[in-house]
Design a protein around this ligand. Structure first.
Ligand code: BGC
Length: 748
């Protein structure tokens, strides 16, 4: 789709905004809910009392944008004014929910997603993929990124951002792993929560999504995820539970799949029982686009807002919901609860008090935030014989750059999370097309390298033909091969192997030139049959708007790599729980049995004794660190682990101290050990830093379904301090008494 002219856009955005009535400023007695001195809960109750049933219902039903609206008329939604709707909704956006001007309640303008404002008509700044920034192991990085993209959302006219993907990378081939934050519940929660806090700092609502166990894209609306409650509580659900506690997102988006046979958006157990009950969640549940299957079951099952009509076939939460209230199948009190949750989020996150206003965006500053995020995230997987950095002081004379359009661009993941780059798609026309067109950010690693290494001669080869690539490599002192794997929403990766002839190209280049470096742009883990033959490998994931510059600065040593893998890179697909994705995207309903339970990622590898290609937590630096001083103690119920890190090398760098705990057999954990804490420290040469990490008791416990309690088994636990899950540098013992508690008790 072509990008609209900027002035047209500005008109569309301001037209859309003027329908959002500005809230009254004073706490006039007529509208006491506008009094900022009251709590969000008090303000919500006051406005709720002033609302008619019709007004409450208005908040519960969302529209899609653009062409989709042509399918709506008064025969579908009585009283709808499609023309007005079309003029109001921001073209190309995710959705819209009307406001209630007479009460000062603004409309909700929704935009995707976690790496930036996604809109085919709006060019915006893209962060690196969420998996990439999870590799920073530093929530400050995702928080800074969230602040930036949330500001772009605000300045583009949006007050709800569909960000915060924290589904665990349970399937290595999941096409959306790039939108998520890795395979471990603690890491996923910390990194996702940082992003959500950043987005919401702009007085807009962020979601956390997709709730729950939406682990594959193949048949995502057909699949039932079969898993025991304890296993889910200790894995995917734990990522949501912790992320919600650490960031208080205004909304939770329920997912397409079924959970143990019941659709996620009508799942009484996981929405009413766990999310709103046990975890005390006060915000609202919005559906994923097309994930609603009924009126009564969904409303009573805990869904508060139907999104993006007509993605669902039926406007379940429009007239049918009013009918259901009239015949008593959905209680009036439930409608109040639905509206209350939405209003609470709007007050609490600042949507009511800080009306959105389209405005100018400082793209240059935002590009630097994206670049800084990439620089703190990309992972140096291998660096033999000091191959890297290619320092300007000892720069090679001739460098061959091979493959993946590295002369022009870096890759993005596809689907509803892809941002239209500033300057447009640098390599148009690739991929399946339409909303699944491949998007390449116009950030050329080769150009950036030319700038960083001005005395070096560069030659580019497209990597299309093995022989030509080998010839280019043979004529250079150093060969840098860029390989890529494009993944996207709605599709899973067909395998973990790189597409086309890329493996053959790397092998041929490595044979032709002993100084071969590989840069991998991927949605997640990929297989690297040539890894022994090359000197260095940089995992760049999808590195964002300034990925080319970030990659270059890491390769040349302007920046010292400090990312660590947020998921395991297997040595072969056989090591995975399911070497192939189950099911089809069309056809009958099907189930996937997650027999591994909570043993996701490295936990599965530990359990099976598999040696991965690159382990969870792995990542190299241009300096070296000594980790020690490990101490574990317990005061009252709080376990704290302390350690120190010394930079023993010659340059500044950041280490990520990772704390794992190994349980006694009697504890019956899903796998031998879990990540329970981590801390990233930036240290000058010779400098020593210390960390004190507080351990969440749920990470030491198993979940007891019968009582709804977390249970810590008494016994002696081994505390491990590592620079990676396969690189444990120190251990100590920790004696724990038995303990039982609920999630609710932890909140008190
Ligand atoms: C995706 C969501 C997204 C929504 C709105 C769905 O297809 O699963 O993540 O927020 O569309 O675009």
């Amino acid at each position: 789709m072509k990008t609209l002219h900027a002035s047209l856009l500005a008109t569309a955005v301001s037209l859309a905004l003027c329908t959002a009535a500005p809230p009254l400023l004073a706490a006039g007695s007529a509208q006491p809910w506008m009094d900022k001195a009251r709590t969000s809960a008090q303000r919500t109750e006051l406005v709720l009392k002033a609302m008619t049933l019709e007004e409450k219902l208005l908040l519960l039903f969302g529209y899609a944008s653009g062409d989709q609206l042509a399918q709506i008329d008064a025969s579908v939604i009585p009283g709808v004014n499609t023309r007005e709707l079309k003029a109001t909704v921001i073209p190309g956006s995710a959705g819209y929910i009307p406001g209630i001007p007479r009460l000062g309640i603004p409309a909700q303008f929704q935009t995707d997603a976690s790496i930036g404002v996604r809109n085919p008509y709006l060019e915006r700044t893209s962060l690196p993929s969420s998996l990439a920034t999870a590799a920073s192991w530093d929530p400050r990085v995702t928080e800074a990124g969230g602040k930036m993209i949330g500001l772009e959302a605000r300045l583009s006219g949006f007050n709800v951002m569909l960000a915060g993907g924290v589904n665990l990378a349970r399937e290595a081939q999941n096409g959306r792993n790039f939108e998520y934050t890795g395979e471990d519940p603690l890491l996923a929660a910390e990194m996702g929560a940082g992003l959500i806090r950043g987005v919401q700092a702009n007085h807009i609502i962020s979601t956390v999504k997709h709730y729950l166990i939406n682990a594959q894209e193949t048949g995502r609306t057909l699949v039932s995820a079969q898993i025991s409650e304890p296993a889910l509580r200790m894995s995917d659900a734990l990522a949501f539970e912790l992320a919600i506690e650490k960031s208080s997102p205004g909304s939770v988006m329920c997912s397409y799949n079924r959970i143990n046979d019941v659709y996620a958006c009508q799942n009484d157990k996981w929405q009413n029982g766990v999310l709103k009950g046990d975890w005390g969640y006060k915000g609202y549940v919005m559906s994923d686009w097309g994930a609603v299957h009924s009126t009564v079951q969904d409303a009573n099952g805990g869904l508060d807002q139907q999104s993006g009509f007509p993605f669902d076939k039926v406007p379940y939460f429009a007239a049918p919901l009013k009918d259901a209230v009239a015949d008593g199948s959905v209680p009036k009190a439930r409608i109040d609860d639905m509206a209350r949750r939405i209003l609470w989020a709007m007050f609490d996150k600042g949507v009511v008090d800080h009306p959105i206003k389209a405005g100018a965006i400082d793209y240059a500053a935002h590009a630097l935030i994206s670049q800084a995020a990439a620089e703190q995230s990309l992972v140096l997987l291998k660096n033999e014989a000091g191959m890297l950095p290619l320092a300007p002081s000892a720069a090679p004379k001739r460098v061959a750059i091979i493959g993946s359009y590295a002369d022009k661009a870096v890759l993005s993941g596809g689907g509803s999370a892809v941002v239209t780059p500033i300057g447009g798609n640098a390599v148009p026309g690739l991929g399946p097309g339409g909303w699944l067109t491949q998007v390449w950010e116009p950030s050329s690693p080769m150009k950036a390298l030319q700038q960083q290494l001005p005395a070096t001669q560069f030659a580019f080869d497209a990597g299309t033909h093995v022989d030509a690539a080998a010839k280019a490599a043979a004529a250079a002192d150093v060969a840098i091969v860029f390989v890529h794997q494009w993944t996207a929403e709605s599709l899973d990766a067909p395998s973990l192997s790189l597409g086309g002839n890329q493996d053959a190209v790397v092998s041929a280049v490595a044979k032709a030139n002993p100084n071969t470096v590989v840069v991998v742009e991927s949605g997640g883990a990929v297989l690297m049959p040539w890894h022994k033959d090359v000197k260095a490998i940089l995992a760049a994931f999808y590195p964002g708007a300034r990925g080319g510059e970030a990659i270059t600065r890491l390769l040349t040593g302007a920046v010292n790599p400090s990312g660590r893998l947020p998921l395991t890179f297997p040595a072969s697909a056989d090591q995975l729980v399911r070497p192939k994705i189950t099911g089809k995207s069309e056809g009958p309903l099907f189930t996937v049995r997650y027999t591994e339970g909570a043993a996701v990622g490295y936990k599965w590898f530990d359990l099976q004794g598999h040696k991965p290609l690159y382990a969870f937590g792995h990542g190299l630096s241009y300096t070296s660190f000594e980790l020690g001083g490990l101490q574990a103690s317990q005061a009252k119920a709080q376990v704290t682990v302390k350690f120190s890190v010394k930079n023993t090398g010659k340059r500044e760098g950041a280490s990520v101290g990772q704390v794992y705990i190994r349980a006694p057999h009697s504890a019956k954990w899903e796998a031998p050990r879990r990540l329970v804490g981590f801390d990233k420290l930036k240290l000058k040469p010779g400098e020593t830093g210390t960390s004190a990490v507080k351990i969440d008791p749920r990470l030491l416990a198993t979940f007891d379904e019968a009582t709804g309690q977390w249970v810590i088994a008494p016994g002696t636990y081994e505390v491990q301090l590592g620079a990676g899950s396969d690189d444990i540098r120190a251990t100590t013992k920790l004696s724990l008494a038995g303990r039982r508690f609920t999630s609710a008790q932890l909140r008190r």
